[in-house]
Design a protein around this ligand. Sequence first.
Ligand SMILES: Nc1ncnc2c1ncn2[C@@H]1O[C@H](COP(=O)(O)OP(=O)(O)OP(=O)(O)O)[C@@H](O)[C@H]1O
Length: 121
Amino acid sequence: MQAGRYLQQRLKSFKYAFQGIIAFLRSEPHARIHAVATVLVVAAGFYYRLSANQWIAILIVTGMVWVTEMLNTVVEKIMDHLSPEYHPRVKWIKDVAAGAVLISALIAVITGAVIFIPILC
Ligand SMILES: Nc1ncnc2c1ncn2[C@@H]1O[C@H](COP(=O)(O)OP(=O)(O)OP(=O)(O)O)[C@@H](O)[C@H]1O
């Protein structure tokens, strides 16, 4: 009985998490750009038969970009909700969150270049 209830709760949590991913994809144009980029990179990975290590690198940096972008969006929404008017502290919070996205995107681009440039040249 207890185990059944526990499992039901976990399944509900998964459902809410999936609803969050769908909400993010629906409402954020950035998310759709990431989705297209992810599909292209994965297709290129299969086409060029990447090694296991190359796949691991691609998956880690791709995941990093998605996670930082989603958390950055959450930070923006929280701040817009709590403090819609201009405030230097809000600027700091949003800029640092955007900086996290920029770092993950730069690392992803560099990793992609390290993997795909030797294959293409
Ligand atoms: N309430 C605010 N107070 C101070 N600065 C803000 C505020 N809102 C936005 N900013 C500044 O504007 C920048 C962009 O904020 P915004 O919330 O529009 O994000 P964005 O990157 O344009 O996101 P999106 O494109 O998803 O709307 C922030 O990084 C910050 O420098």
